[in-house]
Design a protein around this ligand. Structure first.
Ligand SMILES: [Zn+2]
Length: 233
């Protein structure tokens, strides 16, 4: 299987380095990396003009290939500079990852690839393990949003501003139950175990994972993004 290999954190670092926008913005200070100072670091490139061709780099093409190999249906999006520093570079619109997902906007390909793998290899098996049923829908608060961290008026842009983050609100099971972060994180035992198993798995797959334990702003969702290198709270 190609997917588990490509999801190793070290390779993600390499992959995200090519996504020049992602590494040094929107992440807590503790995990900021200085790519410019690393030997062999790639030159940071500015967002391309609206409508520019996407998936021209080797890393981006590999990512699109990996998505296809995983059986994911998606539409590649043209590179977009949305203004205000916000962009969607080498991004996709996910059409089918095997489980319906609400509110999906543009996602950078590495984010889409890891999200699809998380749904397949973590979310669905965990639902079977803890609830004995299937997940029929993943509910999110969206992906792209041109805004600062925590929606503040000043400060760094959020990874959402680069289409490089997704906020997951909860999961609908085949029997109709809804296991939401708001309520479930401190809810009954199966809900707690299920959500913590998903959190643990997410921390192996995404660069930054913020849960309700991180701060009050995250009481109702997991924030998953591809910046940083294993910031897990
Ligand atoms: Zn978020």
């Amino acid at each position: 299987m190609a997917i588990p290999t490509v999801l190793k954190p070290r390779m993600l670092v390499a992959a995200t380095a090519a996504f020049a926008l992602s590494a040094c913005f929107g992440a807590p200070d503790v995990m900021k990396r200085s790519d410019a100072k690393r030997p062999g670091a790639k030159t940071v490139q500015r967002p391309q003009v609206t409508g520019a061709p996407s998936f021209t780099s080797t890393d981006a093409q590999q990512c699109a290939f990996d998505l296809k190999q995983a059986g994911v249906r998606f539409t590649p999006l043209p590179n977009q500079d949305h203004g205000g520093g916000c962009s969607s570079i080498d991004s996709v619109k996910l059409l089918d990852i095997g489980t319906p997902v609400t509110n999906l906007g543009p996602m950078t390909c590495p984010l889409a690839r890891n999200f699809a793998a998380w749904a397949q290899y973590a979310v669905r098996p965990a639902a079977r393990k803890y609830f004995g049923t299937e997940v029929v829908k993943i509910e999110t608060y969206g992906t792209y949003s041109c805004r600062n961290i925590y929606g503040g008026r000043s400060g760094r842009l959020s990874q959402h501003a680069y289409s490089n983050a997704i906020d997951v609100a909860g999961f609908v099971l085949a029997d109709g139950r809804r296991i939401m972060l708001d309520g479930g994180w401190k809810g009954d035992r199966p809900s707690q175990d299920f959500l913590r198993a998903l959190h643990k798995s997410a921390c192996r797959r995404f660069g930054t994972v913020l849960s309700p334990d991180y701060n009050a702003a995250h009481y109702n969702h997991f924030h998953l993004d591809m910046s940083g290198n294993g910031f897990c709270r």
